[in-house]
Design a protein around this ligand. Sequence first.
Ligand SMILES: *Cc1c(COP(=O)(O)O)cnc(C)c1O
Length: 408
Amino acid sequence: MTTAARTRSSAELIGAEEPVLAHNYHPLPVVVARAEGAWVEDVEGRRYLDMLAGYSALNFGHRHPALIEAAHRQLDRLTLTSRAFHNDRLAGFAERLAALTGLDMVLPMNTGAEAVESAVKVARKWAYDVKGVPADRATIVVAADNFHGRTTTIVSFSTDETARAGFGPFTPGFRVVPYNDLAALEAAVDETTAAVLIEPIQGEAGVNIPDDGYLTGVRELTRRAGCLFVADEIQSGLGRTGHTLAVDHESVVPDMVLLGKALGGGIVPVSAVVARREVLGVLHPGEHGSTFGGNPLAAAVGTAVVELLETGEFQRRAAELGVVLRGGLEALVGKGVVGFRSRGLWAGVDVDPALGTGREVSERLMREGVLVKDTHGSTIRLAPPLTVRGEELRDALETLGKVLGQGG
Ligand SMILES: *Cc1c(COP(=O)(O)O)cnc(C)c1O
């Protein structure tokens, strides 16, 4: 008992990670120890406004009381059965999630990448069983600058060299077309095409919003061509853009919707493929699965997330505060901001490269008590919890203006 561990400082903890933790991330030098709502606190007790929200995994803020309560209640009853047995939470979760998205059936998984992988498998199976594509010939059309996760199959159709280099050989069967280009999509789709897989808004690419009509065009084109429209809403979905789903902005219903991130309420990893019955119906026992997918703790938290979204309150907040966000960013154009794209409480902000990289701006914001993360080059992404207060958002935008004024 003489060697009781002394509490280590942020700097000590960052240093301690270096030799023992894989270097696949380059985090900002802040060590978070606790959090509530839109605020996090580091080891030394410094407070920061979280303007990233776990890349939208924390849409409802840190430790939302309703979600924490649902998790606690479930922890005290049942946490895991595997799918070898039924559990009493899964049916309700699937029913409510299907109803929320306007689709029929749910395939529960854990991480976003698993949902995407599952969708690729389901689309291929659908192509062979229903569409009649010859065995092993199915193609899936995707967009350049996509981000769908990190597995070997998913990086096979990434256009980001850093994500791919050194990880081949790659999975065949994908065609990449420019995003927001219906003519290119039309040219790439043929009788072998199982699906078109896109993000309705490209998050990692810098909150890249397609032209009005693009999603409608994808819907019409895929219907005409007899292939599936798969929307990866893992980052864009669940209230972020001011609607439940980003495709709702064009009132489009895809054949498959992929959800993750916020579906787990920032508590546990929960993802899902939600689809029409004719599509997910192609799976039979033994053909796909996951030990943890649909576990009762995940289902309880996921159900509580769906309940929050059923009120419409978070979608409304995202839409209303999105006006504040847009206004604040418009005021910074020409004052350090060279351009931005925003929808709801989600923005990609291109800062003047003369004022620093996105990383440098993020570090300056961190020192001023605001946490964001750069995406590429001089772009930073803003995605606060949907629970953020208008005043807090205005303060954060003011801080952004201040650090851009300090730059250069
Ligand atoms: C984050 C993300 C994924 C991958 O999710 P993980 O849980 O990290 O595997 C897939 N698609 C999109 C659009 C994402 O933003």
